[in-house]
Design a protein around this ligand. Sequence first.
Ligand code: AMP
Length: 186
Amino acid sequence: MRLIFLGPPGVGKGTQAKRVCEHFSIIHLSTGDILRAEMAAESEIGQKAKSYIDNGELVPDEVLLGIMDNRLKKEDAQNGYLLDGFPRTIPQAEGLDSIMNNISHSLDGAISLTADEDELVQRLINRGLESGRSDDTPEVIRQRQKVYWNQTAPLLEYYEQKNLLKEVDGLGDIPEITERILSVLK
Ligand code: AMP
């Protein structure tokens, strides 16, 4: 099983991604987590990514495509994966198509988690109080929402045209949402 998770910041992609990965015994690849690990290690990629992340902007496509090209070739990615937070732009989606093509992988679905925007901003402000994530401040949260609607939302149409898009209501109990996701994948 090879899946993509789409949805605005705060919709619960990370939480649901972990549960869906457990269900299918596939790996969870969150580009946000990968970039935060690079920042913590103060690697070259991490240093490059930091100012974009702290301002709620997207890290350049070529950085992400380089990371994913290496990552999807690794042994542990050969039994399936769920991509959480990638792709985020049309060039990333096109790049992913060619990366996957080169290693004879095909996508099984693009799950789009949906929710009301005001609810999401409030959830993220609450998360920021606990997570200590440098980009969970009200100002950066609003910027991240804007970036989602401008740069990432066009991917809904992209995957719709490929007949891969599956929309799932992201509001409700955590287990209930997981059930909804699993049922659209049947
Ligand atoms: P996330 O944890 O998915 O919300 O990502 C946190 C931040 O990492 C984003 O606001 C971006 O700055 C950066 N980031 C994560 N994934 C990507 C991506 N696919 N393309 C560009 N930037 C990304």
